[in-house]
Each structure stands twice: as C-alpha cells, then as structure tokens.
Design a protein around this ligand. Structure first.
Ligand SMILES: Cc1cc2nc3c(=O)[nH]c(=O)nc-3n(C[C@H](O)[C@H](O)[C@H](O)COP(=O)(O)O)c2cc1C
Length: 384
C-alpha cells in the first residue's frame, strides 16, 4: 500500500506532512539533559511530523548548539520547548551570582532543616550511597530572555512555552518568521493565551506525563477548542496510538502533541530504567504528586512516592523540591533500588508495550488513524 495522506490545517501552517508533534520534554532529574533530544527531533521531523526539542535544562550555549545540530541533520521544520516561569531567582545566593555550577550537597544545606534531616534519615535507613551531582544555574530556564533570543536568531520554526504565557514574544517571533505555541491545562488559560496572540495551543489533560492539571483530556479538548477559537488546538495527554489521534481529530483538534509514547522510543531521552517502567506499566502505573518538583507532576509510580507521602513534609515551592527528589533518585539509581525510581510518564504508559524507533511510532499512528477515519469504526457502531 502507498503512503497514507492525513492532513489538517496544522500541516499547512507548519509545512509538515502529518499533524503529529513530539512533545517538548525536559529531564527527569538534575544531571540528565533532556527527554526530547536532537535525535528524537530529527527522527520525528524526518518522518513527516514535527519534533520538538526539550531545551529546559540546556545552557544557552548548548541550546544554540543543539538547534544548529538539528539544522545540520534535517531541513524539515522543528520546534524548541523552553520553560518560562513567571518568577525564578536562583542566580544569586549561595556560591555568588557568578557561580554556574554547584554541588547538590552544598545547595541542600540551604533547604529547611526538617527536609535536610528527612533526606539524611532515609539515606541512613536504606544505606544509600552519597552521589554528587552538579546543579547548573545557567540553564535556559534561568535565562529565558537570552534563550528566546537564541531561538529568534536561529529562526526556530516553532517556539513552544512549556510553562508561562509566551504572548509577550509573539511579535518578535513573527518578525523572524516563527510560530509560537502555548500549553494549557484548562479553558480559562486557553482563552487568555489565545487572546495574547499565540499561533497554536496545546491542551494537555490530566492523563499526561510531567506537570499536569486536573481536567481530563476528553473534557478539556472541547472546552479549550471553544475557548481558544479561532486559534487551533492540539490534543495532549493520553495519546499513544492511531485511536487517540483519530479521536482528537474527531473532536476538532488540529493535531496532537505526544510525550510519553515518543519518550519510549529508541531515540527518546529517558534513562533505560525509566523506559522499561513505561513498557512494564499498566494503566494504573502512574501517580500525580508534588514530590518531584513542588508542582503536581505525573510519573511512573514508585516507592519514592510513598516515602515522600509518609514523610508528612510540605513540598518545597517549585522548583526547589527538585533538589530533594534528585538527591534521592540519584542515590536510588546508584544503589540499584529500582522500585524507588520512576521517570515522568503519562497514563498512556498502560498501552505502550514496546520500545521502537520514533519513525515507526509515527507511521503506525498515521496508518491506524487513517483506517479508523476512512472506514474502520468498530462493527458495533451503526451510522446512517
Ligand atoms: C519526561 C517528560 C518530560 C516533560 N517535560 C516537559 C517540558 O520540559 N516542557 C513541557 O512543555 N512539557 C513537558 N512534559 C509534558 C509534555 O510536553 C506533554 O505535554 C505530555 O507528555 C503529554 O502527555 P502524554 O505523556 O500522555 O503524551 C514532559 C513530559 C514527560 C513525559
């Protein structure tokens, strides 16, 4: 059979063949680089979708190098996802304003005593090794202005803001021929972002991996589409095969933004142990918790979730809680205590059974969705 055609207005807007974007994904813990590296971006864009680089933990220089590497490997459109938190001041304080990297053990001395004591207690009780990791204070997340400028200078075709409203940069981005995408978890925010001038919106439901809101994808999509009209909406949260893609298009979405399914590919940037957790997971295999970053975040269920819950401690505000989760997760990994390890992942893990090349994930998704839309609704569905 020849190649399938499956197009929406999103394809014309972005110059792509299929309305499928691989989501921008950052790392699971301090010390990792990204869940969506250059390899994944190139694979998805070359296969006819649009790959989005997860740039939140890169330095500004690394971001530029990664963008240039993408451009070296493909002439297809691609995107870059950064976090634009409203307020993040980690630049001063310990180590002085100029320090670019600090040992985690030093920074942990600045968190509340009760939290320090808890980490110490867990490490003693479980006889965990000390693992030193370096905290970077010169990442794109801490230098949003400079990072956005790199994207504009490099004329990145699609800029995606994983956190915060990117409306303020739309004018400059458009002047450079770029498009801007915002991400929302509710209808109110969808309207706010649409009004601020973004070109595209991702509506991510509660099912999704990583930071997530309270509203399920099935309810969020029509609400966000209505609120954002006429800005096109992409569906996210729980999409892992052609059935999900077909459903999103049937609901009126212009395309899909797919995280966990593309993370669990040969090119996905997760640690092997985290990819295996996804493949072994059932539909009940993830948890939402503030234990990782201080904001509600969905990850593969593991005993760190229980340890934290039993601690009865208040999570530290985003992103400081990452110091605690990273300190322990790194020690669990080093000690091979895999029951206590789990990366960011969505409920869709339950239908992911195999790690395979990203291009195959995309081709199968297109094939299955095209079949459903053209002729293969289940026989039990009667339509006249
Ligand atoms: C490992 C991982 C890391 C993520 N990091 C980011 C990020 O840095 N920026 C962002 O916009 N979204 C991030 N997300 C959310 C995804 O962009 C996407 O919205 C979500 O994965 C969609 O749901 P799904 O996992 O069910 O496909 C992350 C998701 C995962 C699984």
């Amino acid at each position: 059979m020849g190649k399938r055609v499956l197009k929406t207005k999103l394809c014309d807007m972005l110059g792509i063949e299929y309305p499928i974007l691989s989501a921008g994904m950052g790392p699971t813990l301090i010390g990792e680089k990204t869940g969506a590296p250059v390899e994944l971006v190139v694979a998805v864009s070359e296969a006819g979708g649009l790959g989005v680089l997860g740039g939140s933990a890169y330095t500004v220089d690394e971001l530029q190098q990664a963008i240039r590497e993408i451009k070296r490997q493909t002439d297809k459109p691609y995107g870059v996802d950064l976090l634009l938190p409203k307020y993040l001041d980690l630049k001063g304080g310990i180590g002085g304003a100029d320090a670019t990297e600090l040992p985690l053990s030093e920074v942990l001395k600045t968190i509340p005593q009760a939290h320090q004591e808890w980490i110490h207690k867990i490490k003693q009780e479980m006889q965990l090794p000390d693992v030193e990791i370096m905290i970077r204070r010169n990442t794109t997340t801490m230098f949003p202005k400079e990072s956005i400028q790199v994207c504009i200078d490099e004329r990145v075709p699609l800029f995606c803001a994983g956190l915060g409203n990117p409306g303020f940069m739309v004018k400059d981005a458009h002047a450079a021929g770029m498009k801007v995408l915002g991400i929302t978890g509710n209808a109110k925010n969808a309207k706010r972002m649409a009004d601020s001038g973004v070109d595209l919106l991702v509506a991510q439901g509660h099912e999704g991996g990583g930071h997530t809101g309270r509203i399920g994808t099935m309810v969020l999509l029509p609400a966000a589409i209505d609120a954002a009209h006429p800005v096109p909406v992409l569906a996210a949260g729980g999409i892992g095969d052609g059935r999900g893609l077909a459903a999103a298009l049937a609901m009126g979405c212009a395309g899909v933004w797919v995280g966990t399914r593309f993370l669990a590919t040969d090119e996905g940037g997760a640690l092997d142990i985290n990819k295996q957790k996804i493949v072994q997971s059932t539909d009940e295999g993830t948890r939402v918790s503030t234990s990782y970053t201080g904001k509600t975040l969905r990850a593969s269920y593991n005993q760190f979730h229980d340890l934290w819950e039993n601690s009865r401690l208040e999570p530290l505000p985003f992103p400081t809680q990452v110091l605690i989760s990273s300190a322990l997760l790194a020690s669990f990994i080093e000690a091979n205590k895999t029951d206590f390890v789990g990366g960011l992942a969505g409920q869709v893990s339950g239908i992911i059974k195999e790690i395979k090349p990203a291009a195959r994930v995309l081709a199968e998704m297109v094939e299955e969705a095209a079949d459903i839309i053209t002729r293969k609704l289940p026989e039990s569905v009667v339509v006249k």
